[in-house]
Write a protein that binds this ligand. Structure first.
Ligand code: PEP
Ligand code: MG
Length: 578
């Protein structure tokens, strides 16, 4: 029996056999094959090319006819895939060096790509990115079976990985994936957020867990305490079965309060909204008793396809979500691509500091076609309900003004085409950079609402990568520096009389609720499975209790003291959750 302590990122307990999966970036070691297998490997190369051509042909046919840029890219990829000399170079390598099809594909294409980058001509050097795309496409077909294992599960498993991407996590089938444990990751890394949204117990930052587990080992994931146990003994397994039953009972008890309002004991009404990544989750928010959507992370529409979603596909996703909620709010956040989401894998040369790089609204402002396509889809859906638009990662007023100007351009285009949209659609921003927090008083003049994104605000205030387990002990929204910024934003929103919510993970964490209520927050947007628990806390406290907690915390100067004080205050209210 091996016990590992990591960071608990999604509550619940699971006990199942392990399934170890690779990262999305294929690592292809040089592996020799027996000379007698060369013919089979050469056939695998040919099959992978044929499947890739077939797949690309299907994507091409499904593309919007007007999207000529995408068609050009497809045409370039097709030309490479049909190039006989390229295929021959790869099969010759299998023949001469007795290597696997994967290795031959990868090393040949990488060699060509590095050749391209050295050419001075910009057009040719940019083709390197196409070569990497083709490599990924071929590898996907060669390694397809292994990858499909996760999609085709027939029994319950705990997924073990070095690191998971948000999109891998989002693809897990909840029926069979009962737990997740990874070597890397942090409390608010996007894969962790997705696990929480899906309600799958998860623990990250387990360092060398993958070295300790073999496929098929029994693993316990304790997402409440951040513990993973490999090959537990009989007594430990029994103890965890008992914990698991108790946890399920608590969940049922909490689900029963779903119809009751989120009102404090002294009568203050609180709004609880859900954070979602996919339209299907809107239903879960309703089932858990949420009042609407406070954060729709629309970039996930981009993460699980090989081609960019069209305006119509985006419109349909937003329309479906808005229609579920009728006259209740649905806040659609514009694309927050970049950093750990999507753009790096498409770049030829990765950015040196992607979290400080071309991310989020910055990426959109440099990719206007993509941005405008999304804004058209959002505006078209705005007539269907109470849709609001939110721009992420604003760092200064100029950026906000640019984003609003583009929104107005798109509105004019729609008006010219006689396409209906809501002229009074509310526009807000996320406050998730220290610069935005410190200038909130000025930004407030140009928006209808703020939503505080504490995940990034904590990361940028403390200069701690939110997904890096090596510095995870420094990452804490309870740090006095972060709390001072949150307080400033709340006060500035109040003075400007605009709406304010908190949509970072703190809104899902029981220990932060009293503090945030005491600081004046009245709207929370959180992981849907956590809504009942947070509602229970709200229904058990008075605003006066919360004000006392906030006063006390804001007079403290140590993160450790604040964290332990908050934990003990929340434990008194909802002991079962701890
Ligand atoms: C945040 O940064 O707090 C936030 C809610 O956005 P995301 O987690 O998607 O970066
Ligand atoms: Mg963010």
């Amino acid at each position: 029996m091996e016990i590992k302590k990591g960071i608990a990122v999604s509550p619940g307990i699971s006990i199942a056999k392990s399934l170890i999966i690779d990262s999305e970036d294929y690592l292809i070691p040089r592996r020799a094959v027996d000379p007698s297998q060369r013919t089979d490997e050469i056939q695998r190369v040919r099959d992978a090319f044929a499947e890739a051509i077939d797949e690309l042909g299907r994507f091409e046919a499904a593309q919007d006819q007007t999207s000529s840029k995408i068609k050009d890219i497809f045409a370039v990829h097709m030309r490479f895939l049909h190039d006989r000399s390229l295929r021959k170079k790869i099969t010759d390598l299998v023949q001469s060096d007795c290597v696997t099809a994967e290795y031959a594909v990868s090393s040949t294409l990488r060699e060509i790509a590095s050749h391209f980058t050295r050419v001075k001509d910009a057009y040719i050097s940019e083709r390197a990115a196409d070569i990497y795309d083709i490599e990924r496409r071929l590898l996907k077909h060669l390694l397809g079976k292994k990858r499909e294992d996760v999609g085709r599960l027939t029994e319950e498993v705990v997924i073990i990985a070095r690191e998971l991407s948000p999109i891998q996590t989002a693809g897990f089938n909840r029926q069979f994936v009962k737990g997740i444990a990874s070597d890397a990751g942090g409390r608010t890394s996007h894969a962790a957020i997705v696990a929480r949204s899906l309600g799958i117990p998860a623990v990250v930052a387990l360092e060398d867990l993958t070295a300790l587990v073999s496929g098929g080992d029994t693993v316990i994931v304790d997402g409440n305490r951040g513990i993973v146990i490999v090959n537990p003994d009989e007594q430990t397994t029994e103890q965890y079965r008992q914990y698991s039953r108790e946890f399920e009972e608590l969940e049922h008890k909490l689900d029963a309060i779903k119809e009751k309002p989120a009102v404090t004991r002294d009568g203050t009404k609180i709004t609880l909204l859900g954070n979602i990544e996919f339209p299907d989750e809107a239903q879960v928010v309703l089932e858990k008793g949420g009042d609407g959507i406070g954060l729709y992370r629309t970039e996930f529409l981009y993460l699980n396809t090989d081609t960019d979603p069209t305006e119509q596909q985006q419109y349909e996703a937003y329309a479906r979500t808005v229609e579920v909620f009728g006259d209740r709010p649905v806040v659609i956040r514009t694309l927050d691509l970049g950093a750990d989401k999507f753009t790096q894998s498409r770049r030829f040369a990765p950015e040196p500091n992607p979290f400080l790089g071309l991310r989020s609204i910055r990426f959109c402002l440099q990719n206007l076609m993509m941005f405008k396509t999304q804004l058209r889809a959002i505006l078209r859906a705005s007539v269907l309900g109470r849709l609001k638009i939110m721009f992420p990662l604003i760092t200064n007023r100029h950026e906000l003004m640019q984003a609003k100007m583009i929104l107005h351009d798109v509105m004019e285009d729609l008006a010219d085409e006689s396409i209906a949209y809501n002229h009074d659609v509310q526009v807000g921003i996320m406050i998730e950079t220290p610069s935005a927090a410190l200038t909130a008083f000025s930004l407030a003049r140009d928006v209808d609402f703020f939503s505080i994104g504490t995940n990034d605000l904590t990361q940028y205030t403390l200069a701690v990568d939110r997904g890096n387990e090596l510095v995870s002990t420094l990452y804490s929204p309870a740090d006095p520096a972060v709390l001072r910024l949150i307080r400033t934003v709340i006060q500035d929103a109040y003075k400007a009389q605009i709406d304010l919510s908190v949509c970072g993970e703190v809104a899902s964490e029981p220990e932060y609720i009293m503090l945030l209520l005491g600081m004046g927050v009245r709207t929370f947007s959180l992981a849907p499975p956590m809504i009942p628990e947070i509602k229970q806390i709200i229904r058990s406290v008075t605003i006066e209790d919360c004000n006392k907690v906030a006063r006390k915390v804001l007079s403290m100067n140590s993160e450790r003291h604040i964290s332990s004080y908050l934990r003990s205050a929340a434990r008194k209210i909802l002991p079962e959750a701890f």
